[in-house]
Design a protein around this ligand. Sequence first.
Ligand code: SF4
Length: 398
Amino acid sequence: MRAPPGAEPPALAPAAATARALLAWYTHAGRRLPWRAVPGGPLPDPYGVLVSEFMLQQTRVETVRAPWARWMARWPDFSSLANATLDAVLAQWTGLGYYARARHLHRLAQTVVRDHGGALPRAQAALAALPGLGPYTQGALRSVAFGEPAALVDGNVARVLARWHAVQVDVRQGAGRRAVWAAAQAWMDVPEASAHPGDWNQALMELGAVVCVPGAPRCGACPVAAACRAHAEGRELDLPVRVRPPAPRVVAACYAVLTRTVATADADSGDQEVLVGQRPAQGRWAGLWEPPGCEGPDAHDRLHAWLGAAGCDSPRALGSLVHVLTHRRYEVQGWAAAAGSADLACLGYVAQRWMPVAAALGITAGLSKLGQRLVELAAAPAPSPRPARARATPAEKG
Ligand code: SF4
């Protein structure tokens, strides 16, 4: 916290009154979510909390509701999840993105079953030793699931505390990150907060999600406005400080959607199948399936050499699409061809299979999002222009 040069800091509300105000607001206005306990009520199931926390990382609450319910119905505890295949877990995760979370959750379940008899350990050291649990998730489990006075900071909490305490540096980095963690811990030391640690942390997150939002904080509806330094100084829109991240790296990529028609009872039509390869267990999109492709400046030449070797002499250009990840912008050329067989091992895939096109576009296919977009692009009637959602440009000649 830092007051403007030469100015007396404004008088702010005492901590106890602020803590009571935030908790009362959360009890009254907090959203009721299936993985959340009622404020002041019994603690929720730690496994359900853990699954929700993994799903909610970089994903909106509304996107998580239905997948969380399906997941809990299929794998209601650590044992059932530990016994599932990684393929099934990745397929069930389709639509949530950031598949590393699914792999970490699966591995974590197996560790909990193997080392802790299928129950999440409560001890801080044991939790910290589990794979895939960072400081935020440890804080969420300890406070929300076990009722212990552990602080946490996620993106919403960081924004709230950056404004509340007028943190002057980027809270995503070094000193700023330490400042908001220190502020979170200081609030957890206030008795009113530490008596209800799960409710307190969820109230902070909820405040960031629905009131202290990024673009236009609703300070008039904020239960902690009387204690907020940024609000007192009229600097709500200046905080948190943002250092512009580097532009995503542009990566050229080239993919081929190979299809075949298999006989069905209806001799006039037949079913379309698409050839997909499974990516290795390490690296980007690890373990996911996709149409064969490669990336890099020579991606076009390498893919077409492979297509020639596979007997696909006249591939059809599908056009181009852009696929953006956090640090990479993929500029993808898509091609389509009919093929009876092709070996994907030389392109780096660890397994391959033919999959019905309709299944490949489903939410449990285990395809990467980019892979699904390519199959969708190939399945669209040619030569109609692609709908805006696919963000494809018309096919180039040649
Ligand atoms: S008063 Fe405004 S800026 Fe401060 S915490 Fe509340 S919503 Fe955020």
